[in-house]
Design a protein around this ligand. Structure first.
Ligand code: AMP
Length: 287
């Protein structure tokens, strides 16, 4: 396994890959867990070469967010990436990625898709994500790029970026990996205090209940009332948002019929830790 701490070293590694070999790429912010591991394993199974990037991208954090405290565990990340089948880990510095300063002068505007859900709660977040993923795709030039459906809105925005900007890459969405009790794996779960951890199940348990009892709700408004009632049972949870959107368009779902492709989206704070989750309400799978 090759460790590439600079763009030049990544280019050297990339240049040695024979033509015709398929390259899979997994962009991450590190603090890798089994959720990231499943993306790496999927890429390793579907491609000849798998490259993982570890880069805590400053431009996707708001001024009051956890950039300074975001977990950095590079040695363990390299070991996990190797174990899951990666051939290289690319971990550039922010100074190299943003040669003209902390924020690049050229930014993307995301029409519509970037203003709702996490985009509303975290203004500018998706602009930073789109900026860094486009930079990484230019540097790595993979054939396939793997993203988790845990960040479903991010996945749709990046699929749109790749389509509209004609990046010659296939985007692959990967199922949400959960802890045994259902909590979606996240690098931020390690921040949860012991008394908060059981209440973090609010997200998964609420989404699962809604999915399993969908016919009894009848309307989106009834589901929202139920979520508000649930909040009262979890005193350590502060709901950031809950919404049901058509997961093809990310427009508000008109109703709960399968034809509206309803997917429930949720973000909640437990203390300072912000967790997100989502679940399709019409497909049979639990993702
Ligand atoms: P991050 O390091 O949080 O930026 O995540 C890197 C990639 O891993 C993103 O595409 C995430 O959606 C994906 N990911 C993170 N957690 C999970 C999970 N529990 N299940 C599936 N994919 C995940």
């Amino acid at each position: 396994m090759q460790f590439c701490p600079t763009i030049a070293s990544l280019h050297t590694f990339r240049g040695q890959i024979p033509n015709g070999k398929k390259i899979g790429f997994i962009p991450t912010m590190g603090a890798l867990h089994e959720g990231h591991g499943s993306l790496i394993a999927q890429s390793a199974a579907q491609n000849d070469i798998t490259i993982v990037s570890v880069f805590v991208n400053p431009t996707q954090f708001g001024p009051n967010e956890d950039l300074a405290h975001y977990p950095r565990t590079l040695e363990a990340d390299i070991a996990l990436a190797e174990r899951m089948g990666a051939d290289a880990v690319f971990a550039p510095t922010a100074a190299e990625m943003y040669p003209t300063g902390r924020k690049a002068a050229i930014t993307y505007h995301i029409e519509g898709l970037g203003d709702l859900l996490c985009g509303f709660s975290r203004p500018g977040h998706f602009h930073g994500v789109v900026q860094v993923v486009s930079m990484l795709l230019h540097i790595v030039t993979p054939h396939r790029a793997y993203f988790g459906l845990k960040d479903y809105q991010q996945f749709r925005i990046l699929a749109t970026l790749i389509l509209e900007q004609h990046f010659p890459v296939e985007i692959v969405g990967c199922n949400i990996v959960r802890e045994q009790d259902g909590l979606a794996m996240s690098s931020r779960n390690r921040y949860l205090r012991s008394e908060e951890r059981p209440q973090a199940l609010f997200l998964y348990d609420t989404l699962t209940y809604i999915k399993q009892h969908l016919p009894q709700f009848q309307t989106v408004a009834n589901v929202k009332d139920f979520v508000d009632q649930q909040c009262a049972k979890y005193p350590l949870v502060k709901l950031d948002y809950f919404d049901i959107l058509n997961d093809r368009t990310l427009q508000v779902a008109e109703n709960l019929d399968a034809t509206s492709h309803p997917r429930a989206f949720m973000a909640a704070f437990l203390g300072k830790t912000r967790l997100i989750d989502n679940m399709s309400l019409y497909s049979h799978s639990s993702v």
